[in-house]
Design a protein around this ligand. Structure first.
Ligand code: F6R
Length: 606
């Protein structure tokens, strides 16, 4: 995680560096810093906490250099203090880093024994001393960096500047994304194209193992073996994606409200609305013959994948293996010949998901990724990309990306079922119609939020909250609990409703709100029995359902009514109330809704 930027320009760069960092805050916001070359000497400003603290620092003590690097941090090694904030520096070298240097302990021991004095708890500082050590041996900056890179293990994106070298910056990429931007007589470096969007739309993405020598007049790129390589310059669409909150108080609110529109765009990408059929892209594999689908992802994207499992198994009758990516990658799971592996990721950069993708690719699986960022590493390493058209998601808690992931997975399930013959043309038409109805029904739920504000006051007093769901609504219960805990910091857990009596029911008393996600489907009566078990023990039930309250036969604290849709489309509809519950509870409690503590939007470390 962490975001890095760099600028070589003909005017002071500190303010532009901060501007670029603002668009990278989604990658971490524990601390931030910039360093520039002032009359040939490195100087830096750093601040703990959000970027505005760094801005204040720069206002008090401006930097004037025309070459500079910047960083916004998500702490891995060392507390998020100013001392541990990047850029890290010696008198000769300034470094910003995203990723983890795995052999930093060995490097630190070796360099310390040669007299280098370490001042921070970070892994990054090893890079500073390593490059300085090579410079001390008499090497020029390019050769020194090349020698240092060869000694680094782990994942990194690096931006490096050198005292006395006003027209030089070196960038390196291994495992963490990095983009170079080209302006007129200026060059830029950024963790992604959005960071650079106001400056340029001409971008080169470095490949795995690449490193680049950047000067105002141009950029030379080398591969891991040190050979000069050409990487394509592409026109980035990121500038069109710059976003603000509109009339909403938070990005999360805006993104929840955008769902009818972005779900509609995503569905339109996979459906022929006119004929009511699936219009699915060719994945380069005969869907009729796939023996198994493997799905892997993290967090919210994993819960979307779990809904996908219920859909694919039920409607396409294909077994689905699913696991969270951080487990899958080390499990040595056997893979079947001819299998399809699907990876779900908003950012497309999640380190564990990417590692799992590579494992499945090496195991001969056909790789399809459901991603929101088309230029991401996961998209670029996939055989086929199934884009979600959610647009940039800025709120750290995923909302519209989740519903767009569900949209793509629902269409994938229909596509496989049609190919396998388990879904007849009549059933296909019925399911497609169900999906087409979703944006309208979602919209109808977004008109009045008063009931969520009332509920927020009640939930804010709870220490623990349970979410229950059965069948395809079980992943929704998990997602509801994740959403609530990550932005309100109230402890919440999701359980399969039928599992309650095997342990968790011991937690129930009159102080524990139990939120039940229960559409009026074929499993509703089963869930009603579980609700009665909760009610009998004093549990306080909040029902999210299209069923009338009387049908559950127990006292409710609240009943959030969801419009009646087709059972197939219910996960998309029930996503909205669980998001609104979390959002309004967090707003009532006064937490930082868009940037909750300890989190980052793009998780590029394992
Ligand atoms: C929670 C959330 C995370 C992400 C997870 C995977 O609201 O956003 O759980 O879903 O970190 O991220 P992506 O989808 O970028 O792979």
């Amino acid at each position: 995680m962490c975001g890095i930027v760099g600028i070589l320009a003909n005017k002071p760069v500190a303010i532009d560096l901060v501007d670029a960092l603002r668009r990278l805050e989604y990658r971490g916001y524990d601390s931030a810093g910039v360093a520039t070359l002032e009359n040939g000497h490195l100087d830096r400003r750093r601040a703990e906490g959000k970027l505005r603290n760094l801005e204040t620092r720069l206002h008090e003590q401006p930097l004037q250099g025309h070459v500079g690097i910047g960083h916004t941090r998500w702490a891995t090694h060392g507390r998020p203090t100013e001392r541990n904030a990047h850029p890290h520096m010696s008198a000769k070298v300034g470094v910003v880093h995203n990723g983890i240097i795995e052999n930093y302990r060995e490097l630190k021991a070796e360099l310390s024994s040669r007299g280098h004095v370490f001042e921070t708890d970070t892994d990054t500082e090893a890079v500073v001393h390593l490059v300085t050590d090579e410079l001390d041996k008499g090497l020029e900056p390019i050769a020194a960096t090349k020698a240092a890179l060869a000694k680094l293990q782990g994942a990194f994106a690096l931006g490096i500047i050198f005292a006395g070298h006003d027209d030089l910056m070196i960038a390196a990429r291994k495992g963490s994304p990095l983009a170079i931007g080209y302006g007129t007589g200026e060059v830029y470096l950024g963790s992604d194209a959005i960071a650079l969007a106001p400056f340029t739309d001409t971008i080169t993405y470095l490949d795995e193992g690449d490193w680049a020598v950047m000067r105002r007049s141009g950029v030379e790129i080398y591969d891991e073996a040190g050979s000069r390589v050409d990487r394509p310059k592409i026109k980035s669409v990121a500038s069109a994606l710059l976003v603000d909150k509109g009339n909403h108080r938070h990005f999360m609110a805006k993104e929840i409200h955008e769902q009818p529109e972005v779900v509609s765009h995503t569905l339109a990408n996979y459906l022929d609305m006119g004929s009511g059929t699936i219009a699915f892209p060719d994945l380069g594999i005969d869907l009729a013959k796939i023996p198994r689908v493997t799905i892997s992802a993290c967090g919210t994207a994993y819960y979307a994948g779990l809904v996908g499992k219920y859909w694919i198994e039920r409607y396409a009758r294909v077994p689905v293996e699913i696991d969270i990516a951080s487990e899958f990658r080390y499990r040595e799971a056997p893979l079947v010949d001819g299998g399809l592996a699907v990876f779900v990721s908003q950012s497309g950069e999640t380190a564990d998901t990417l590692a799992t993708l590579r494992y499945c690719k090496a195991g001969g699986q056909r790789i399809a990724s459901i991603v929101n960022v088309r230029t991401s590493s996961i998209a670029r390493e996939s055989h086929a990309v199934l884009p979600t058209l959610a647009g940039p998601e800025i709120g750290v808690a995923s909302t519209k990306a989740f519903s767009c992931q569900l949209s793509a997975l629902a269409c994938l399930a229909i596509a496989i079922g049609r190919a396998k013959g388990t879904i007849t043309p009549a059933k296909e038409a019925e399911l497609v119609k169900a999906l087409i109805e979703v944006p309208r029904l979602m919209s109808s739920m977004l008109h009045s939020e008063q009931q969520y504000e009332d509920l927020a006051q009640y939930l804010s007093k709870a220490r623990d909250v349970l979410f229950l769901g059965r069948g395809i609504n079980y992943p929704l219960a998990l997602e509801g609990a994740l959403k609530l805990k990550e932005i309100s910091y109230i402890h919440a857990e999701g359980y399969a409703a039928g599992e309650l009596k095997h342990g968790p029911i011991a937690l129930i008393d009159e102080n524990v709100p139990v939120i039940v996600v229960a559409p009026d489907d074929d499993l509703f009566e089963k869930t009603v029995s579980n609700m009665q078990e909760v009610a009998a023990r004093g549990g306080q039930i909040i029902l999210i359902s299209d069923a009338p309250a009387e049908k559950c036969g127990c006292k409710l604290v609240a009943h959030i009514k969801v419009p009646k849709g087709h059972d197939f489309a219910n996960p998309l509809l029930y996503a909205v109330p669980i998001q609104l519950i979390a959002y309004h509870t967090a707003v009532f409690m006064g937490t930082d809704v868009d940037q909750p503590r300890n989190l980052a939007k793009s998780v590029t470390v394992e």
